[in-house]
Design a protein around this ligand. Structure first.
Ligand code: NAD
Ligand code: UDX
Length: 465
């Protein structure tokens, strides 16, 4: 029976960092070393200002760091020391070459795998933690097998991560399930059991699912595609609501009460963002096309198409409500992160919206409680962006002199019981417009103050102007 005593995680990002920090927290008998090529990232993990904002993360890291949790740039040493290695590197959508704009870029996974093959001096369990197309473990195995010797053997497992940002620590401490796929060989099953034993330090055994390698890889893409599909479905219905007088919150509530549907992931919005949904669906679309399944590819593609439509529909409504021009008007954007409780901005709807506002020559003022100004400017990457977009220290500052406030991220501090909307209204140009892309505020309450309010999925979206 293999007992894991020493774990290395390659990739100290949003997944590798929190996942292995929780693992160290729950398994004091295991030494965990998280490595990365980025010196700046590792330095931040070793400092008092961690590189990621995630509720509860500081407590977990500060509790174990220096005891059984270490952050290092010495990738080779950590590989050599480990019995089990998580590969948790980025797998972004390819920007150029074959499959550009669709396929996952597997260069980082391959390079980490080759590094393991080159420097390992003893047998290892290599765990695919990154989200990858179905059958990637086969390529990893080919690379590792080509470098194995009678003394050094590699087993490969798939253990996709299901945490969501903003709730990562909660999700990791109490996961709905942990999925571990392995080749159904004697040694594959032994490796699988070794990783099951690590997780069962804190996860009830009946929540640790074991499958074959390919089911595990595909289940990750499938879960993200189905979650995103629910959001695109409710967003498609939000357009019907606006045109008919149905209320999208009421429709979601009524549908969600059906236990076959459930209530989660039915919140209409300005469109889903984040580093995973779009990337993983496009990955699934590409895989389907490669497998010569065009109808399947088209089906999943529509989830992304609907998401783009939702964003552009919202922008069009804002412009038409503001009398068909936003040239020189000041638009206050509340929120830049792709969801609340994270500083992550990858694929945030705010980026698309603000770029569109800039195209229309609006003046944009942005406030987000957790995203740094530098990050916002990097994401917008337009010439003269600093002249067109101002980053503010509060929602009040952003809204001062604005023609419209646009709620893009559902931060609690933007709720109408937390933000003083009377004060916001007093500082704005009149008529003062408010566009709620997150169904966050009580429109009736704000209308009483004097705002002209539009909310996604509510009939007034069409009717206020
Ligand atoms: P990330 O970009 O935050 O982190 C990846 C890290 O890997 C980077 O710091 C990078 O420097 C490092 N890296 C790349 N190649 C390396 C190498 N050869 N050696 C050492 N370090 C290397 O990415 P992330 O958000 O943590 O995502 C990682 C994987 O997990 C992706 O496949 C993603 O799809 C998947 N995933 C992400 C989430 C999420 O919420 N972010 C959730 C589930 C799954
Ligand atoms: C997602 C998956 O949920 C997670 O399991 C996977 O491991 C990584 O991808 P994440 O992207 O971090 O997690 O956050 P999630 O909560 O799924 O939200 C994604 C986007 O959808 C956000 O922009 C969010 O605001 C939006 N969303 C979510 C909605 O618009 N409506 C909803 O009902 C739920």
């Amino acid at each position: 029976m293999t007992v894991v005593k020493n774990i290395c995680c390659i990739g100290a990002g949003y997944v590798g960092g929190p996942t292995c920090a929780v693992l160290a927290y729950k398994c004091p008998d295991i030494k965990v070393t998280i490595v990365d090529l980025s010196e700046a990232r590792i330095a931040a993990w070793n400092s008092s200002h961690l590189p990621i904002y995630e509720p509860g993360l500081d407590e977990v890291v500060f509790e174990c760091r220096g005891k059984n949790l270490f952050f290092s740039t010495d990738v080779d040493a950590a590989i050599q020391e480990a019995d089990l290695i998580f590969v948790s590197v980025n797998t972004p959508t390819k920007k150029t070459g074959m499959g550009a704009g669709m396929a996952a870029d597997l260069a980082y996974v391959e390079s980490a795998t080759r590094r393991i093959a080159q420097v390992a001096q003893s047998s290892k369990i290599v765990v695919e933690k990154s989200t990858v197309p179905c059958r990637t473990a086969q390529s990893m195995r080919t690379i590792l097998d080509a470098n194995s010797t009678p003394e050094i053997h590699f087993d490969i497992l798939s253990n996709p991560e299901f945490l969501a940002e903003g709730t990562a620590i909660k999700d990791l401490l109490n996961p709905d399930r942990v999925l571990i796929g392995a080749l159904q060989t004697e040694s594959g099953i032994e490796a699988q059991n070794a990783l099951v034993d690590v997780y069962t330090h804190w996860v009830p055994k009946d929540r640790v699912i074991t499958t074959n390698l390919w089911s595990s890889e595909l289940s990750k893409l499938a879960a993200n595609a189905m979650l995103a599909q629910r959001i695109s479905s409710i967003n498609a219905l939000s357009a019907i609501c606006e045109a008919t007088g149905a209320d999208v919150d009421e429709v979601a509530f009524a549908c969600g009460k059906d236990t076959r549907l459930g209530s989660k992931f039915l919140k209409a919005s300005v469109g889903f963002g984040g580093s995973c949904f779009q990337k993983d669906i496009l990955n699934l679309v590409y895989l389907s096309r490669q497998l010569n399944l065009p109808e399947v590819a088209d089906y999943w593609q529509q989830v992304v198409t609907m998401n783009e439509y939702q964003k552009s529909r919202f922008v069009r409504h804002i412009i038409s409500t503001l009398f068909n021009t936003i040239t020189n008007k000041k638009i206050a954007v509340l929120g830049f992160a792709f969801k609340k409780d994270t500083g992550d901005t990858r694929e945030s709807a705010a980026i698309t919206l603000i770029k569109d506002f800039m195209q229309e020559n609006a003046r944009v003022a942005v406030y987000d409680p957790k995203v740094e100004a530098e990050q916002i400017y990097m994401d917008l990457a337009e010439p003269d962006v600093e002249k067109k977009v101002t980053i503010c220290a509060s929602a009040y500052e952003a809204a001062e002199g604005a023609d419209a406030v646009v709620i893009v991220t559902e931060w609690d501090e933007f709720r109408d019981d937390q933000l003083d909307y009377t004060k916001i209204y007093a500082g704005m140009n009149k008529p003062a417009f408010l566009f709620d892309g997150r169904l966050l505020v009580d429109a009736a309450k704000l209308r009483k103050i004097g705002f002209k309010v539009s909310v996604i999925g509510k009939n007034e979206l069409a009717g206020t102007a």
